[in-house]
Design a protein around this ligand. Structure first.
Ligand code: HEM
Length: 131
C-alpha cells in the first residue's frame, strides 16, 4: 500500500492570489489614509499602482505559488534592494503594523496561516531597519 501525502502550500492556505491581492490592496489603502503611516507613505512614489501589482506577486512566489515576480526579477534580493531606502525602526514598524492590520481586516478563513503570515512579515520588515 502506498501512502500519498499532498503538501498544501502557505499560498493555497491563505487563499491564493485573490486573498493576497485583498491584503496588499488593504495595506496600501491604510498607508494612504492612516496618519500613523504617513512617514511610510512619503517614502513611496506618488503612484502606488505598480506596488499594488508587485507586492502580491512577490508574496505569491514567496509563499509557494506562481513565481511571476521572481521570473521577472531574476536574482533580485528583496532585503538588499531596500537598503537604499534608509529604513529606520519607525518606518519598519509602520510597515509591519499596516500589514498586520491589513491581514486582520481581510480575515482569511484559515486564521492560523493568517497569523503566521503576519508574524513572518513582521519579522522581515523589522529586520530591514538600520537603526
Ligand atoms: C521595512 C519596511 C519597508 C519599507 C519602509 C519599504 C519601502 C519600500 C519602498 C520605498 C519601495 C519603493 C516603492 C516606490 O518607489 O513606490 C519598496 C518596494 C518594494 N517593497 Fe518594500 N518596504 C518595506 C518592507 C518590505 C517588505 C517586508 C516586503 C516584502 C515582504 C517589501 C516588498 C516590496 C516590493 C515587492 C517592492 C517592489 C519591488 C519591485 O517589484 O521592484 N517591502 N519598498
Amino acid at each position: 500500500m502506498t501512502i500519498e501525502t499532498q503538501a498544501v502550500s502557505p499560498y493555497d492556505r491563505i487563499g491564493g492570489l485573490t486573498v493576497l491581492r485583498q491584503i496588499t490592496d488593504r495595506f496600501y489603502t491604510l498607508m494612504e489614509t492612516e496618519p500613523g503611516f504617513a512617514e511610510l507613505r512619503a517614502m513611496h512614489s506618488f503612484d502606488l499602482a505598480p506596488m499594488r501589482e508587485s507586492l502580491p506577486l512577490f508574496l505569491a512566489g514567496w509563499s509557494g505559488g506562481p513565481r511571476t515576480w521572481w521570473d521577472a526579477n531574476p536574482g533580485k534580493c528583496m532585503v538588499s534592494m531596500h537598503t537604499r531606502f534608509g529604513i529606520n525602526k519607525a518606518t519598519a514598524n509602520q510597515w509591519a503594523d499596516a500589514m498586520r492590520q491589513a491581514i486582520t481586516d481581510v480575515a482569511p478563513e484559515d486564521a492560523a496561516i493568517a497569523e503566521a503570515l503576519a508574524d513572518v512579515l513582521d519579522r522581515m520588515a523589522r529586520g530591514m531597519a538600520k537603526a
